[in-house]
Unconditional design. Structure first.
Lengths: 230, 426
């Protein structure tokens, strides 16, 4: 009886030691990878920050409409991008480390997340490009409307800006597969509703104003209003 | 630029050389081409007797029958040279402010033909002008033949509010930067010598972006930056046939003209930074005649409203272009009553120079930048009208000269910021 208990204990001990012996190299690799990714992240952060500062990225980004000051604590686009790169490298290192542990669940999780990364990057690009296009078009509409003497120039400009931002956000969400059906339905309802509301408003409420504006647009300006600026 | 298109001369052998060539650029000007040709023919007959003369016709509109309309009118010593430039697809997309698509190509073809003829003087006229007289040919061509002048630029009598863009931006900038007092550097009419023909045909102006719209101005600045003799000829009043159904809107006109001016500043930066002061030009042509009465009625109050709307909506954009003290001055102006509304000359000159700098530095997309100057221009125009509406034509010209002097005085501001743009915002 004592012998049997002793054997069982030895067997359990051996199993534990074997498990630890199997786990230790993986854990060591995990720690090494984590440390390496930390070093890489710090390096990437430093180099990116210096390169972006050298390129006067903050000023250019603000001109392009990439303003991060209002929604991040970093207050500058270059610091934000450097931080993003830092955490991305660190997260990638962590995921790689998890696969090195050879544990089934963390490995599967890491692999699925890594497969998702290209989609996330593409979605991020869509949002950034959408933001730039939105800002460009909003500025064009604002200047054009002011030069046409339209009092609500800013309203038109904001409408264009948010329409492009919403469309690009929806495209990005669709790209990463979040709420496809809901998005499609929401868009159909939202845009259908907006067009219907505008049609009603123009048709019923502002019919006279629209006809006056069209008439004014189509009619040649009176002779005394014309001046040769050149 | 390669001369493209076909050229058919009435008698190429006989037309192998000439002393004076008058080039007519036409674009669907059937209504006016007859009168212009008759005036040119008469001018050549009476003012250039004993010299071999030619009339060259470039039809930028490639309209059928234009040459056949002109041919019977060319008489006496002159011969007709017909030139047809090739049209480009881009011409159909862009409507130039002067109404002649592909004008640079047409002009290049015309000037090349004149150089091939070894002319002493080449006079260029726009065939849409209704007021061409035989004296125009004399006043433009004679200084070249007799006085050794290389470029004769016209000076037309205009109403007090006409040509405000030229008076408020183009003339002061050209005068301050290039040192020549060419009062109408955008004019389509001019006369040039053989030396100037060589100079401009070798210049890179023909292949630049926007050449089809900016060529008139760039020809003038090309002459101004060469070691050549320039002069002005007073030609009286100029009225012309409107080309196209609708005139180009103001933002597009400003984008084309001011854009051409700023593009030229960038190319000739080394030359204008060396120019110290402007020189008056010899004057030829008609004695001063009474200026035409204002043909248009502009309400300064409406212009002030446009300026205020622009300030309210665009001052965020202007902060990228203009320094803080200018924005403060503009805010004061936006709050002023019409009676107190006065755009100071120094402020206007600095604004124009700041926009030129922003154009060079690409602070904003260039179209946005140039279009955002429109409310500022309207504000300046309102102030100008309020100042000159009760003045005589001579007093208006003097007021423009005062403004141009201020542009000259502010030139060091432009040079300093052009050389050290990083100091702009400090």
């Amino acid at each position: 009886m004592v012998e049997q208990i002793d054997h069982a204990l030895r067997l359990a001990g051996t199993r534990i030691v074997d498990s630890i012996a199997n786990f230790l190299p993986g854990a060591l690799v995990f720690i090494v990878l984590l440390f390496a990714s930390l070093v890489a992240a710090v390096g990437v952060h430093y180099l990116l920050l210096r390169a972006l500062k050298g390129l006067d990225f903050d000023r250019r980004a603000e001109l392009l409409g990439i303003s991060v000051g209002s929604w991040t604590p970093t207050r500058s686009a270059s610091a934000f991008i450097a931080s993003l790169a830092y955490w991305t490298v660190l997260a990638l290192g962590l995921l790689l480390g998890l696969t090195a542990l050879d544990a089934a669940l963390p490995s599967r999780f890491a692999t699925s997340v890594l497969e998702y990364v290209p989609h996330l990057i593409a979605a991020l690009l869509i949002i950034v490009i959408g933001g730039i296009v939105a800002r460009f078009l909003a500025r064009a509409v604002l200047i054009g409307a002011v030069n046409m003497g339209i009092r609500s120039a800013r309203l038109f400009s904001l409408a264009v800006k948010w329409m492009v931002i919403i469309i690009s956000s929806a495209m990005a969400l669709d790209h990463i597969g979040i709420g496809r059906t809901v998005l499609l339905l929401a868009f159909a309802i939202l845009f259908g509703g907006i067009v219907f509301a505008v049609a009603l408003a123009v048709g019923l409420g502002a019919r006279d104003a629209v006809s006056r504006a069209l008439e004014q647009q189509l009619r040649e300006p009176p002779r005394e209003d014309r001046v040769d600026h050149v | 630029m390669a001369s493209t298109g076909s050229s058919s001369s009435a008698a190429p052998e006989a037309a192998a050389s000439a002393d004076v060539v008058v080039g007519l650029i036409t674009c669907g000007d059937a209504e006016t081409i007859g009168a212009v040709t008759a005036a040119v023919n008469e001018g050549l007959e009476c003012c250039f007797q004993g010299l071999a003369t030619r009339i060259a016709l470039v039809d930028a509109g490639a309209a059928d029958g234009m040459a056949s309309q002109v041919r019977p009118l060319v008489a006496g010593n002159s011969q007709l040279i017909e030139l047809t430039p090739a049209s480009a697809a881009a011409d159909r997309l862009e409507v130039p402010y002067h109404g002649v698509p592909g004008k640079a190509r047409a002009l290049h073809m015309m000037l090349s033909a004149a150089r091939d003829l070894n002319v002493r003087a080449c006079v260029i006229l726009d065939a849409a002008v209704r007021t061409v007289t035989p004296q125009w040919i004399e006043w433009l061509g004679r200084p070249i033949v007799d006085s050794g002048v290389d470029l004769v630029s016209p000076f037309f009598q205009r109403g007090p509010y006409e040509g405000a863009l030229t008076r408020g931006i183009v003339y002061p900038v050209v005068r301050a930067l290039y040192g020549v007092r060419l009062r109408q550097p955008l004019a389509a009419e001019f006369a040039c010598s053989a030396r100037l023909l060589d100079r401009v045909l070798e210049d890179d102006i023909w292949d630049r972006d926007g050449a089809q719209t900016g060529i008139d101005l760039w020809l003038a600045t090309s002459a101004a930056t060469a070691d050549l003799h320039l002069a002005e000829a007073a030609l009286g009043v100029r009225t012309h046939r409107a080309r196209g159904e609708n005139a180009l809107d103001l933002p597009s006109t400003i984008t084309q003209i001011v854009g051409s001016l700023f593009a030229d500043l960038e190319v000739r930066a080394e030359q204008w930074q060396r120019t110290r002061r402007s020189v008056p030009l010899p004057q030829f042509g008609a004695s001063a005649s009474p200026a035409p009465a204002p043909g248009s009625r502009i309400e300064p109050e409406r212009l002030i409203d446009s300026f205020r709307l622009g300030y309210r909506e665009l001052h965020d954009i202007w902060t990228w272009v203009l320094p803080p003290r200018t924005i403060i001055d503009l805010r004061r102006l936006a709050d002023a009553t019409p009676a107190q509304f006065r755009f100071e000359d120094e402020l206007w000159a600095r604004i124009v120079y700041d926009f030129a700098l922003a154009h060079r530095l690409r602070t904003l997309a260039r179209d946005h930048l140039l279009q955002s100057i429109v409310p500022l221009y309207l504000g300046w125009l309102a102030s100008f009208i309020l100042q000159v509406r009760d003045l005589s034509a001579e007093a208006v010209d003097l007021r423009v000269e005062e403004l141009a002097t201020v542009f000259e005085a502010q030139k060091p501001y432009l040079i300093a910021n052009w050389r050290w743009p990083e100091q702009r915002r400090t």
